[in-house]
Design a protein around this ligand. Structure first.
Ligand SMILES: Nc1ncnc2c1ncn2[C@@H]1O[C@H](COP(=O)(O)OP(=O)(O)O)[C@@H](O)[C@H]1O
Ligand SMILES: [Mg+2]
Length: 248
């Protein structure tokens, strides 16, 4: 059974139809890359999966880990193992990255035993070293981070919280070359542990560092085309116009 199975999803917000019949199946250990022009509905799909109440699902079904996803609140979806990394992470005044990770892990019940508290401390320290985060960065409130700092901190969070499927919404935007390599390395690590990733990106550079199982092109709220890695290069040189032409 697929970990995620989306069938014919239609979604709208304030009367505007954004998703027009999305179908997608993701199994354990798979990496799916989602591409498409600005405004095609990629982030909306991510938000619908995470349970953002601003979007109404008017048709279709979504099963995750055997459960009917639209019936669940966002926190129940997270407990089931769904992780969303935002395209535009909100500021969190008064909360530091270190606290956010500890609290998230506690809320997700992965640190129930006493010695887990020591373990998470060591894990955070080791990852912080890899990410070249000084203690100050972990303790600073999550407010006024630069674009790149936000992205690094989101990848840091996804590396340290438990989940089965992560949706990474343009994790590469604003990252420098080292940040991009780090993001690719972390995504590879996730997949080694049989976790699944839906990566939304415009970056051919990031996609080339990875071995996606499938590439999907979203156009006007629908998956217009799915294929293998060679699609990425085709999009880079030819854009999306030819797909619209082929489809219409
Ligand atoms: N909350 C919202 N209210 C109104 N329009 C929205 C909202 N969210 C998304 N949209 C619109 O839906 C379309 C798809 O947006 P989005 O999913 O962010 O696209 P992408 O991530 O592919 O660039 C765009 O036209 C966007 O303006
Ligand atoms: Mg988007």
């Amino acid at each position: 059974m697929a970990l995620l199975e989306i069938k014919n999803i239609h979604a709208e917000t304030s009367g505007k139809k954004i998703l027009n019949g999305i179908a997608l199946k993701v199994s354990r250990g798979e990496l799916h890359i989602l591409m498409g022009p600005n405004g095609s509905g990629k982030s909306t799909l991510a938000q619908v999966l995470a349970g953002n109440g601003a979007y109404k699902v008017s048709k279709g079904s979504i099963k995750f880990s055997g459960k009917d996803l639209p019936k669940l609140k966002p926190e129940a979806r997270a407990k089931l193992g769904l992780f969303l990394q935002f395209q535009n992470p909100p500021d969190l005044p008064g909360i530091s990255l270190g606290i956010l990770i500890r609290r998230s892990r506690r809320a997700l019940n992965s640190d129930s035993k006493k010695n887990d508290l020591l373990k998470i401390g060591a894990e955070i320290a080791a990852k912080a070293k890899l990410f070249k985060f000084g203690g100050q960065f972990l303790e600073r409130e999550m407010n006024g981070f630069s674009g790149g700092e936000k992205k690094r901190s989101e990848i840091f969070q996804s590396s340290l919280t438990p989940w089965k499927l992560a949706i990474l919404d343009e994790p590469d935007s604003g990252l420098d070359a080292d940040g991009l390599r780090l993001a690719a390395q972390e995504i590879k690590n996730y997949l080694k542990n049989n976790r699944s990733v839906i990566l939304i990106t415009h970056s051919q550079r990031l996609a080339k560092l990875l071995k996606p199982d499938k590439i999907h092109i979203l156009l006007d709220g629908k998956i217009a085309l799915s294929g293998k890695k060679d699609l990425i290069e085709k999009i880079e040189t030819k854009g999306y116009g030819w797909i619209e032409k082929t489809q219409n």
